[in-house]
Design a protein around this ligand. Structure first.
Ligand SMILES: *Cc1c(COP(=O)(O)O)cnc(C)c1O
Length: 394
């Protein structure tokens, strides 16, 4: 099997798995307990907090642990929105291709009276810092822009946006779930106030993530209860998961440059190969993209059928995001970069991990070529395109 769906989730690294087992077996105390066995678990927890803070350029006191990226996004956005409302600021800026954890939170806030502006992401899948600047108003309390998109892999100009917002005094949230552990992320240099990350996107376990909130940015609780996480996130901590997340992040960070160089080569080889398929197009900017992300549209086919046939040939891939596959709506991300419905339906996302080989890439290219040709051979949409009844777009 070739697993090429690492944007959906990754396999846990050996180090992360061993760390998790060790904590489960040997450090299973409650970190809130006062006896030394509880304090031993507390040490594990605080060690993880420091390691994570170090990697992203934060202070340990600025990190709180969550159940994953979705929870961190929800908490970050609600916190900034409610802080804004206290000062009479109820305008929020985001982009059209954010993850649903962001977009659906913003929709919920609209029902509470907030006003949301979604910026365009243009054909190349990149938000322009000047457009962020123009959209900021006197009553803007928050801008939320993702570091890298989960479907098309485009990397945003976060540092530039951050410095504009710092000057304007507007809080900046970044969903960095696809970026952390893969490309350099530093909350100080990037002028980020709130950042979300998730362990299972960088070879850690599922169900654990973290939220960075710059000192002084007051968080709103989503979960009420005990005083864990400085009173900002109740519930006994997932100590083993958190320790494994820290181990996975340290490991990914240590090998980042080496991994990215290798992955970029594999990615570009895959892109070159798939571009040979007629009436196909790469989604998103070719350069400003995650090292492991390849996203294509093929005219005249259905992405769902493509995925099933690829699965038969031992390739795990995705069409749009995991949240939208299974539904018939085309991905909001592909629509946001201007793909029309028919074209957006024929999408394929291949997200590679560090262990991918050239032989794997060549097998993927060959198989996708065959399967696309096969699907087109009996596609009515393709027949109309070839006969000239409808016009090719790609
Ligand atoms: C996966 C993902 C999330 C959600 O993270 P979970 O830990 O699965 O809740 C949020 N944002 C982006 C960009 C993602 O890729």
């Amino acid at each position: 099997m070739i697993y090429a769906d690492n944007a959906a989730t990754t396999k846990m690294s050996e180090t992360a798995t061993q760390t998790m087992l060790n904590v489960l077996n040997a450090h299973w105390g409650n970190p809130s307990s006062l006896y030394s066995f509880g304090q031993d678990a507390k040490e594990v927890l605080e060690g993880a907090r420091k390691d994570i803070a170090d990697v992203i350029g934060a202070q340990p006191g600025e990190i709180i642990f969550t159940s994953g990226g979705s929870e961190a996004d929800n908490q970050a956005i609600r916190s900034a929105a409610y802080l804004g409302r206290k000062k009479g600021k109820t305008h929020i800026i985001s982009s059209a291709f954010e993850h649903h954890a962001v977009l659906h939170t913003l929709e919920a806030l609209e029902k509470e009276g907030f006003e949301v502006t979604l910026l365009p992401v243009h054909e190349n899948g990149i938000v322009l810092p000047e457009e962020v600047c123009e959209a900021v108003r006197e009553d803007t309390c928050l801008v939320s822009i993702m570091y890298a998109n989960n479907e098309i892999g485009t990397i945003q100009r976060i540092r530039e946006i951050g410095s504009i917002l710092r000057m304007r005094g507007v809080l900046f949230h970044v969903d960095a779930v696809q970026a952390v552990g893969h490309i350099p992320v530093n909350v100080r240099n990037d002028n980020i106030d709130l950042l979300s990350a998730s362990a299972h996107k960088f070879h850690g376990p599922k169900g654990v993530g973290f939220l960075y909130a710059k000192r002084g940015v007051m968080l709103t609780n989503l979960i009420e209860g005990g005083a864990q996480e400085r009173g900002k996130r109740a519930g006994t901590e997932n100590v083993a998961g958190i320790a494994a997340m820290a181990a996975a992040l340290k490991e990914a960070n240590g090998k980042m440059a080496e991994n990215a160089a290798r992955l970029t080569k594999m990615r570009d080889r895959l892109i070159r190969g798939l571009r040979e398929i007629p009436h196909s197009a790469l989604n998103g900017d070719a350069e400003q993209r995650l090292p492991g992300n390849v996203s294509f549209c093929f005219e005249g086919i259905e992405g769902e059928s493509l995925l099933l046939l690829l699965d038969d040939k031992g390739i795990c891939a995705s069409s749009g995001s995991a949240c939208t596959s299974g539904s018939l709506d085309p991905s909001h991300v592909l629509l946001a970069i201007g793909r029309v419905h028919d074209v957006a339906h024929g999408s394929l996302r291949l997200s590679l991990a560090e262990d991918i080989t050239e032989a794997d890439v060549d097998y993927i290219i060959q198989t996708v070529k065959e399967v696309v040709t096969y699907l087109r051979s009996f596609s009515p949409v393709w027949r109309d395109l070839v006969s000239g009844k409808t016009k090719f777009i790609l």
